[in-house]
Design a protein around this ligand. Structure first.
Ligand code: ADP
Length: 313
């Protein structure tokens, strides 16, 4: 691209220099013609002054118009480059998306298959059997929530989903979602609830839990060692503020702007450890904004991220 830009600029400069030279040559010839055609020195002087004024005007016109044309051309090339870059980025994200979706489908299926085969082949104690069945059910839940996310993103994109806000107790919903969806993970880590009691908000009962599920599952997924999540829920004037704080790998300032984009995942799918689809935060932001809310990311101390949601009380 730099080469193309360089070539265009050099080519324009070469043309402009050539035009200026040609104008000078024509003026010189005209000057000689005036000197030859008359002997009246006053007349020669006036005609030469006029000739030079005309030459200067022509040079200004060549340089001015050339520069404007060059600028327009460069802006055009730059805009085309931007469009091509965007297209490439989208293609890259979609490729990553298909790789990750395939993986996300295969992993729980393979795990469930193995658990069922073990149940079939071996005579196990009743408790061991129950453990395997529980794990298989967890895997099915995972598969189900992935499919739901995909369908939901599609509904949101096509405008098929209509939000029906109802009054709910957010303080209770947070705890309910944690127990129902993340019971196993909660046992592995530390969860702190700093929730003001009985905070009510008007949200869609079907869509809003997805916000919590996505944010909590990310906080777990992107916490490498110990899971350490803190929930803060408070009412400030007319706003309800929910914060989900983790001590995970954190998000750089540059990525904070991008993580809400559809299919966006940091890094490359082939080299990434944690799996996902890049849809979670896209859906989350979409839902929050449809409740006239704001979602933002801040850095947690000493490390990790804070996802903050502001809703109308
Ligand atoms: P997914 O988790 O399926 O990749 P998301 O849309 O939920 O998709 O998240 C997009 C990206 O944002 C993730 O790939 C990850 O890089 C980053 N991210 C999201 N939540 C967190 C978090 N709590 N800590 C660190 N990075 C995060």
């Amino acid at each position: 691209m730099i080469v193309v830009f360089g070539y265009i600029i050099l080519q324009f400069m070469a043309w402009e220099i050539m035009f200026v030279r040609k104008t000078n040559e024509i003026t010189d010839l005209k000057q000689k013609l005036i000197e030859l055609s008359t002997t009246n020195s006053d007349q020669i002087k006036t005609e030469l002054t006029q000739l030079h004024a005309k030459k200067n005007k022509q040079i200004i016109m060549i340089v001015g118009e050339g520069t404007v044309f060059l600028l327009l051309l460069l802006i055009g090339v730059y805009k085309i480059k931007q469009a091509v870059d965007k297209e490439q980025q989208l293609a890259f994200q979609q490729r990553n998306f298909f790789l990750s979706v395939t993986h996300e489908f295969k992993t729980p299926l393979a795990a469930t298959k193995l658990q069922l085969q073990t149940l079939l082949k071996h005579q196990l104690e009743i408790e061991q059997q129950k453990d395997l069945i529980r794990s298989a059910l967890n895997e099915t839940d995972r598969l189900n929530s992935l499919i739901e996310n995909l369908l939901f993103a599609n509904q949101l994109d096509s405008g098929l989903f209509t939000f029906k806000p109802e009054k709910i107790n957010l303080s209770e919903l947070i705890v309910e979602v944690c127990i129902r969806y993340f019971g196993k993970e909660i046992n592995r880590g530390e969860l702190k609830f700093d929730l003001q009691k009985d905070i009510f908000v008007e949200v869609d009962k079907q869509a809003f839990p997805s916000v919590l599920i996505n944010l909590i599952s990310n906080a777990i997924k992107y916490s490498k060692e110990q899971i350490n999540i803190q929930f803060v829920l408070k009412k400030e004037k007319e706003n309800v503020i929910l914060q989900i704080k983790d001590n995970g790998i954190g998000i750089s300032d540059e990525e904070k702007k991008k993580v809400f984009d559809r299919f966006y995942r940091s890094g490359n799918e082939e080299t990434r450890e944690s799996k996902g689809t890049g849809l979670g935060l896209y859906i989350t932001k979409f839902i929050v904004q449809n409740h006239n809310g704001i979602i933002q990311i801040m850095d947690n101390k000493p490390k990790g991220s804070i996802f903050e949601i502001q809703l109308n009380a």
